[in-house]
Design a protein around this ligand. Structure first.
Ligand SMILES: NC(=O)C1=CN([C@@H]2O[C@H](COP(=O)(O)OP(=O)(O)OC[C@H]3O[C@@H](n4cnc5c(N)ncnc54)[C@H](O)[C@@H]3O)[C@@H](O)[C@H]2O)C=CC1
Length: 299
């Protein structure tokens, strides 16, 4: 199948470019200026020229803290732009795969969120992504949206790479231990999308294959727990690691508030698409192999 991917250098787009051809798909991955989600004409032209059979939106404004002072840009990309791309897919009766975030939730629910839980974003990024979900679903009934969280990969900017850098630069690192969720490796997300595509391509509007799904890695942890695993893996590969201490969110103020408990129940994607949450510890190990090299010691 010919698949148009919006985004080319982002974490997810890079993994899609690697994963989709393995299923025989031909991928056209574009980002600005060829496909700029804030430019309707570029969207029209890109879709016309690529003539895809499915469209995946891996592009987004992802600067969570900056979004607090760039509301218009965050909404232009994540809400209006996502909606325009979904509409361009709908005009050709194409399935549309889109990505959203645990930041659509407030994080004070006291339990993991399922796909039907009430939303209540606490910052501009989450608001823009929630508006994007609504715009996408309104524009194209053949849309599947995956809410995910804590996305990491060997490419781009992410927590794993930040921890490895801090480990090299500092003797001690403090990480928040009171925000709960789960890391998601972009390769696992790309794999899930590849597995969903054939059914999405065949299913008519109204089929349960479409709608909102949750997918993160498993098991749930905290940022501190994730940092512990990163440093254990790094040490086993002979990488210098710092002393790690646990702090609270109150000790580490950021412009945007983050959900204290952004754990996502991933049941619907398992029931409908047969996709299970991947164990992020194994995916972390592969990511560290790519970033540092293979393990040299038992951990
Ligand atoms: N990174 C994370 O921790 C999380 C990401 N997500 C979502 O997952 C999806 C993929 O995220 P990542 O790959 O991590 O993001 P990323 O930040 O690595 O890549 C985003 C891509 O979008 C492109 N882009 C930005 N503005 C654009 C525009 N106006 N037109 C076209 N392209 C544009 C960028 O150039 C970049 O290639 C996004 O929808 C994001 O909101 C959800 C939860 C957590």
């Amino acid at each position: 199948m010919r698949v148009l991917v919006a985004g080319r250098t982002g974490q997810l787009a890079v993994e899609l470019l690697e994963r989709l051809p393995r299923d025989g798909h031909k991928v056209v991955a574009l980002e600005a200026p060829e496909l700029d989600l804030t430019d309707p004409e570029s969207i029209r032209r890109a879709v016309e020229q690529a003539a895809p059979e499915a469209i995946i939106n891996a592009a987004a404004y992802t600067a969570v803290d900056k979004a607090e002072s760039q509301r218009d840009l965050a909404f232009a990309v994540n809400a209006i732009g996502a909606g325009m791309l979904a509409a361009a897919a709908a005009a050709r009766d194409l399935p549309f795969l889109h990505v959203s975030t645990d930041y659509v939730f407030s994080g004070d629910g006291g339990a993991p969120y399922d796909e039907d839980a009430s939303t209540g974003p606490m910052g501009v990024y989450g608001e823009s992504k929630l508006a994007g979900e609504r715009a996408v679903l309104a524009a194209n009934p053949r849309s599947a949206i995956i809410r995910t969280a804590w996305v990491c990969s060997p490419h781009g900017a992410n927590f794993v790479k930040t921890m490895l850098r801090l480990g090299r630069e500092r003797e001690a690192v403090s990480v928040v231990a009171d925000q709960h969720g789960a890391p998601t490796f972009a390769a696992d997300l790309a794999d899930a999308m590849a597995r969903m595509l054939p059914r999405l391509a065949a299913a008519p509007a109204g089929d349960p294959a479409f709608g909102v799904f949750h997918l993160t890695g498993a098991p749930w942890t905290t940022w501190h727990g994730f940092a512990e695993a990163i440093f254990a893996g790094a040490a086993a590969r002979g990488h210098k690691v710092p002393r790690l201490s646990a702090i609270t969110t109150a000790d580490y103020p950021t412009p945007a508030r983050r959900p204290a408990d952004g754990r996502l129940q991933c049941g619907r994607i398992t029931r409908i698409h047969g996709i299970e949450a991947a164990d992020w510890r194994q995916s972390l190990s592969r990511c560290l192999d790519a970033l540092i090299g293979p393990q040299t010691q038992n951990s």
